[in-house]
Design a protein around this ligand. Structure first.
Ligand code: NAD
Length: 285
């Protein structure tokens, strides 16, 4: 059996087309959605992520503002910019690209962003709202995974879902979203005793570990949906996921590739959150 490929590029293109139409409608009504991105330091991967986010905005008719700071930037300068952007009614989303240099208190920076403009969904209040099922900005990567599951009509109520990884940006919100959708969720992590026992029971297996090709075909339940969040660079420069695609695809019922899977969906959901924020602002005005 060879798994169905869940094509993140194709799904993104469809969703981005819909978002561009919404953005054009809002712009015509006098509210062009606008995302402000703050990049601190010279991390090459971060620079690529920011470039892709800005390009995604431009293509969808979303205005983007980019603010760059050197590696030794003073946290007070970045906090000052955040409060300026918080107060600017023409800005609907604010994103600070992580990781930040060591002189920064990441938590303090994320909490400085206004909850209404926190399109990454990392602010503690948005996390709390999400956990209580209240309206919130949902972190982009797990939100993108939910869209992928929806696109294949995966029934979630009663499904056994196993998430490997418990980070604040992927694993934890992923578990919250799957729980809210009615799945029975197990979160595995570096302290899990018998990982294979859990993964082999999963109807939906989400890998967010950060270790190349960690999940192999023998860890997958036949017919399962395998979602690979990992982005790892191999010594030859190629990208690969946390799942060993070659062995897993022969066991799984559906699988996401890397590249071209969850990656493009993350940026799509960032655009969606920005358009949603602009819609809320227009409604208020
Ligand atoms: P992280 O390092 O914060 O968390 C990794 C998690 O994996 C931890 O909770 C840890 O407990 C768990 N883990 C590590 N070793 C394990 C083991 N042997 N067995 C079980 N669990 C283990 O990473 P993160 O920020 O959640 O990112 C995970 C991966 O997803 C990375 O490859 C990252 O690049 C990628 N990522 C991709 C996107 C995207 O847009 N596709 C977005 C964010 C992160």
């Amino acid at each position: 059996m060879t798994a169905r490929i869940i094509d993140g590029n194709a799904l993104s293109a469809k969703l981005r087309g819909e978002l561009a139409a919404k953005a054009a409608e809002l712009t015509a009504q006098g509210t062009q959605p606008c995302l402000a991105v703050i990049l601190v330091g010279g991390d090459p991967a971060s620079a690529v992520y920011v470039r892709n986010k800005v390009a995604g905005c431009e293509k969808a008719g979303i205005k983007s503002l980019k603010f760059e700071y050197p590696q030794d930037a003073a946290p007070a300068d970045v906090l000052g910019k955040i409060s300026e952007l918080n107060a600017d009614p023409s800005v609907h989303g604010i994103l600070v690209q992580l990781p930040l240099p060591k002189q920064f208190d990441e938590k303090a920076i994320l909490e400085a962003i206004s909850v209404e403009k926190d399109v990454d969904g990392f602010h503690a209040e948005n996390v709390g709202r999400l956990s209580q099922g209240q309206e919130a900005f949902v972190p982009c990567t797990p939100n993108g995974v939910m869209e992928m599951l929806k696109s294949i009509d995966m029934p979630l109520r009663g499904a056994e879902a196993v998430v490997i990884g418990r980070s604040n940006i992927v694993g934890k919100p992923m578990a919250m979203l799957l729980t809210a959708a009615g799945a029975t969720v197990t979160v595995c992590h570096s302290g899990t005793r018998d990982l294979n026992f859990h993964t082999r029971r999963a109807d939906i297996l989400v890998a967010a570990i950060g270790k190349p090709k960690f999940v192999t075909g023998d860890m997958v339940k036949p017919g399962a949906v395998v979602i690979d969040v990992g982005i790892n660079r191999l010594p030859d420069g190629k990208l690969c996921g946390d799942v060993d695609f070659e062995s897993a695809k022969d066991v799984a019922g559906a699988i996401t590739p890397v590249p071209g899977g969850v990656g493009p969906m993350t940026i799509t959901m960032l655009l969606a959150n920005t358009v949603e924020s602009a819609t809320r602002a227009a409604r208020k005005a």
